[in-house]
Design a protein around this ligand. Sequence first.
Ligand code: SF4
Length: 360
Amino acid sequence: MHEEILKREHKAEKQRKEEMRYDQMDCLLLAGEEKTERTIPVCETVFPEKFADLNAVREVLLTPEKQVYALIAPAFMGQFGEGVSPGAIRAALKRAGFSGMVEVAVFADILTLKEALEFDRHVNRDTDFLLTSCCCPVWVSMIRNIYGELVPYMPGAVSPMIAAGRAVKKMHPDAVTVFIGPCLAKKKEAKEPDICDAIDVVLTFQETAMLFEAMGIAPQQMEEDASEHSSGAGRIYARTGGVSEAVVRTVEQLHPGRKIAVRPMQADGGKACKQMIEAIQEGKTEANFFEGMGCVGGCVGGPRALLPREEGSAYVDHYGKEALYQTPLENPYVIELLEKLGFSTVEDFLEKSDLLTRHF
Ligand code: SF4
């Protein structure tokens, strides 16, 4: 009986949220100003607090002297329409007034390399293990707030979103950084005191689609503005198992035939993450690398994705296979970027990096 009531409440809440989403979209579209390429219709009267992030982006896009960069999450493939390429999304964002689009997958590549080096350093006996720390704020919060005894097994690293924001700001100190992804938790992560220097605004895919729609921009009709640099490893971060696969491949390349290989285990969704942690605590797993994702399916199952997670996952896998390079070690752009960011040795990369390191 109690379960029945909970189910009904959940369904009603879901429906209420869905209705609100459409209300918001109508409101955004109806409250339109005269449309020009740099004018974004916006609702300032009906749901102002719901549009705080869209309004913030609108304001900077309307300020011609501002450089505004879109940092797009690895889950973006397929989200803005069938067959819409990364180049077309870049063109659409530039039409909206952004100065450029950076694929956060490139920074997932860089964090993969860091995680692989951390594994190499810390896992040398059969009983050693590591938790991945980098990409999901829900997983990271769970470990920090509920399972503090496991924090020493989670090397301090920022997420690819934070690394991307910091890198853009290092190269363009006055730039405004806007992260675009399927996640609501990223809005909170961007405001955490020790990392709040990286990202100015977080927009969801849904908010970005509303922005395009309100400005009359159709990504599927845009000309190609191609400039992809990520490798397969960074591209598959967006779905469950992607981080583990990326680290397995990279560790194998770093040390072929390493005595202790990466034995990954993944969990997605809160319940499964909790079960995986209990398995670690009770010594009921042989794995030595644990990846947790807050959403079922990983980021492709994020709360503000535009596609069903299976479709999103298929797009992500396809894009991963299309990459010219499969790991960050093979990718000359990643190596060049690391040099540009001031990393010349492995020690710099692991220890002295204000850009990538975080203290939990
Ligand atoms: S798995 Fe979900 S909560 Fe975690 S980063 Fe991805 S979208 Fe956000």
